[in-house]
Each structure stands twice: as C-alpha cells, then as structure tokens.
Design a protein around this ligand. Sequence first.
Ligand SMILES: [Zn+2]
Length: 97
Amino acid sequence: MAKAWAKAFYNSRAWKNARREALRQNYYTCVDCDSRAEEVHHEIELTPENINDPNIALNPKLLTPLCHNCHTKRTKGCTGAVDDGYYFDDEGQVKKR
Ligand SMILES: [Zn+2]
C-alpha cells in the first residue's frame, strides 16, 4: 500500500535533507534500541492534509530516528499500518519482505 499521495514528498529534496539531519543529529542511533538507525519516523502520522505543512512533515522535533525493526513496531499500531510481511523502506514506502 505505497501511498501515492506521499510519493512526491518522499522524493523531495526537502524531505531527504530533513531525514538526513534527523539521523545525523542522533548519531544514526535508534532511539528505541540503540542500534543503527536507518529510518525516520514521523511522530505525527502524515496525511494528505498535513504532508505539505513543513511544521509537521519536516519538523525536526517530530522526526525520530529508528532502526528498521523499531520503525515496523511503532507503525504497526497506526492507521494504515503495515501488515506482517511488509516493511517501510528508506523513503517510507511500504515494501514486501
Ligand atoms: Zn531500534
């Protein structure tokens, strides 16, 4: 269920910069388990309404570096969560394992 409406955002330079900064500021460390962070979690789940609001989508305070496993765990409970057998790739797209 790759979200089509989110595609342009995840491909944007603004997002790539914000994501890299969020990782760098936490020394590429997962905040949940201290292993290497590879992904950035949005504390406020993105929707078609807020994705173009930089105060939400690009706010460093709302971006949490996580490793792959912890990201999967955290997003599981959310609306539109990924099912077992799926995961988020680097750009936040859902992929099949
Ligand atoms: Zn972790």
